[in-house]
Design a protein around this ligand. Structure first.
Ligand code: MGD
Ligand code: MGD
Ligand code: MO
Length: 563
């Protein structure tokens, strides 16, 4: 969300999920909302069917939501910036931009326009494959909207240009004044149920809880005082960087908690190599994963249903989670394991203890209950300052909630942006790291299906889900399949510069010619063996949505025997 932070000063979703229903024009780009966020998708559909909103879907694939769309823009993978610059070009050329909003609440328009003015719909048609007239039609809908909402997800961010893609969307919101009011805003749909909470709590390499930067001395001093320890003053590494560093021998030990990188990180062969390089790997999980096979120690832990705590959802809403069943076997709560480990490291290591700033004793990480952890969060994190278990017992709260009597904040940036003025950014187009060529002629994109969750450690434990969607498939356009001589259900070999997998051909018009799509859920056809580990230079997110592959029809089993 670095792109939004650069534009607005904060990277979270600006509105509420419920508000989406009252938007009069919803622009969904790079979000397969029906399959990945089904409840929000219901709001979007209600906006269209109950209140007559326009829905513009920009997605290379024909996703389910396109059935409700007034316009479907089918851009080539990785060409989003071209499409967005052209939409904004039309809005400005036709005078549909919100001049008062731009004058009062934004800055840096000229620099942005220097780049966007050359991107006419005709120029964009060449790069995106979207007809110029469709771009004009969609731009007019956006320009005319009174309560526009922008919705995006991984189709926008999982690119080597992910941060620029988001900046381009922020530009669009500023241009049409589509932010800071009810039922209008920029909505990055978060993924895991508590990924917002994990980021809020400092689960990022550069910040303490509440996005307080590690490299700001006063903020660091506050945490050092509270925790009685010397804390790092430089940002650490991100996931993919950690594995690169492990492969290079610069990271020697790894504690992997609730993550299955062997299946979820790009370029799996390289990931496996990196894990093999580690001198010490701990995996803390609710199941024995593909990653746990490389572990020296596996710590079994309790699942969400077996513990108390909170989740913070995509609209910044902090909600109580209550233990429903006892954890099985030796499984313990994640927080208890971490605290125990920290305490033992403390007593085992005199150097660690003496790293506490002079005159301070290291904080004993002993908490009786998760509510005590929340009290500490509130004392150190201004945006959570007024949040306590006592209040959460009565209902959820949306941060910022700075004080005990603050009601919480449904939408952000009402009168001014977190950074003051909203900032336009110039977003010139760059191609994806790897484009199709004669040797690898297809574009591979990857993502999800409704029935499975990520590396499917949990969903494939459910016989019903596994039966509904057994998986291991690749979506191929009918015409491409004809050319390759591949029938529906046959196995094909899919190869990229990084590896080869076998997958079942699912013939469909959901993907256009020249593009194939694989869910990354299935260990028997692991999409990430193929994907590229090129990173966005700012957010360090990998380019999981575009790489180049070659498809080969496999000989039928009988031929294989004689061959
Ligand atoms: N059922 C289910 N739901 C989930 C999850 C799950 O695993 N299963 N995971 C959760 C998580 S953590 C996340 S992050 C979210 C992800 O939610 P989404 O981002 O909505 O899901 P994806 O399937 O990754 O991809 C979204 C869309 O991007 C499109 N796309 C591909 N290439 C491009 C491109 O170049 N440009 C654009 N604009 N679009 C492109 C794809 O066609 C796809 O329709 O889902 C969450 N919800
Ligand atoms: N090709 C491709 N790759 C992708 C993506 C893509 O679109 N395409 N999307 C990326 C995205 S957005 C995401 S979010 C990642 C997800 O990648 P991961 O986070 O690696 O995937 P999960 O399967 O959700 O793994 C979570 C692990 O946590 C365990 N777990 C569940 N509950 C608990 C708990 O309470 N405590 C502990 N300790 N463990 C628990 C699960 O068993 C599982 O092993 O995948 C990324 N990888
Ligand atoms: Mo995600």
């Amino acid at each position: 969300m670095a792109g939004l932070a650069a534009a607005f000063g904060s990277g979270a979703m600006t509105n509420t999920n419920a508000g989406m229903e009252y938007s009069d024009c919803i622009f969904v780009i790079g979000s397969n909302t029906t399959e990945a966020h089904p409840i929000i998708a219901l709001r979007i559909k209600a906006a269209v069917t109950k209140h007559g909103a326009n829905l513009i879907v920009a997605d290379p694939r024909r996703i389910e939501l396109t059935r409700f769309a007034t316009a479907h823009l089918r851009q080539r993978c990785g060409s989003d910036i071209m499409l967005l610059n052209a939409l904004m070009n039309v809005i400005i050329v036709e005078g549909l931009h919100n001049k008062a909003f731009i004058a009062e609440r934004t800055e840096n328009f000229d620099e942005f326009w220097q780049v966007a003015q050359a991107i006419t719909p005709e120029v964009a048609q060449l790069a995106t494959g979207v007809p110029a007239d469709d771009i004009r039609r969609a731009a007019r809908m956006l320009g005319a909207a009174r309560r526009p909402s922008i919705v995006y997800a991984m189709g926008i961010t999982q690119h080597a240009t992910g941060t620029d893609n988001v900046k381009a969307l922020a530009n669009l919101a500023l241009l049409i004044g589509g932010i800071g009011r009810e039922a209008t805003g920029v909505n990055p749909l978060r993924g895991q149920n508590n990924v917002q909470g994990a980021c809020d709590m400092g689960g990022l390499p550069s910040v303490f809880p509440g996005y307080q930067r590690v490299d700001v001395p006063e903020l660091r001093a506050k945490f050092e005082k509270a925790w009685g320890a010397t804390l790092p003053d430089k940002p650490g590494l991100t996931v993919v960087e950690i594995l690169h560093a492990a492969a290079a021998g610069r990271i020697r030990a790894l504690y992997c908690m609730g993550e299955n990188p062997v299946l979820s990180d790009p370029n799996s062969n390289h990931t496996r190599e990196a894990l093999q390089h580690l001198e010490f790997l701990v995996v803390q999980d609710i199941f024995l994963t593909e990653t746990a096979e490389y572990a020296h120690v596996v710590l079994p832990t309790a699942s969400f249903a077996e513990k108390d705590g909170t989740f913070t959802n995509t609209e910044r809403r902090v909600q109580r989670v209550r233990k429903a069943v006892e954890p099985p076997g030796e499984a313990r709560q994640d927080w208890e394991i971490v605290c125990d480990l920290a305490r033992r490291m403390e007593s085992a290591s005199p150097t660690r203890t003496s790293s506490a700033p002079e005159g301070r004793t290291p904080r004993d990480m002993h908490y009786g209950h998760p509510s005590a952890i929340m009290a500490e969060i509130a004392s150190l994190t201004p945006s959570y300052g007024g949040i306590s278990y006592e209040r959460l017992e009565k209902g959820s709260l949306q941060w910022p909630c700075p004080t005990q009597d603050h009601p919480g904040t449904p939408f952000l940036h009402k009168d001014k942006f977190a950074r003051g003025k909203g900032r336009f950014h110039a977003t010139p187009f760059r191609e994806p790291a790897e484009m199709p060529d004669a040797e690898y002629p297809f574009v591979l994109s990857t993502g999800r299906v409704l029935y499975h969750f990520h590396t499917a450690t949990m969903t494939r434990e459910s016989a019903g889900l596994d039966e509904l969607y057994p998986g291991g498939d690749i979506q191929i356009n009918h015409d491409d399949a004809d050319t390759l001589g591949v029938e529906h259900g046959e196995l094909v070999e899919v190869a990229s510069r990084r590896g080869t997998v076998r997958a079942k051909a699912l013939l469909t018009d959901r993907v256009p010619r020249g593009m194939v799509y694989m869910p990354f859920h299935f260990r028997e056809a692991p999409a990430n063996v193929l994907t590229i580990d090129a990173l966005d230079p700012v957010a360090k997110i990998p380019e999981l949505k575009v790489c180049a592959v070659r498809l080969t029809k496999l000989p039928a089993p009988s031929e294989a025997v004689t061959a």
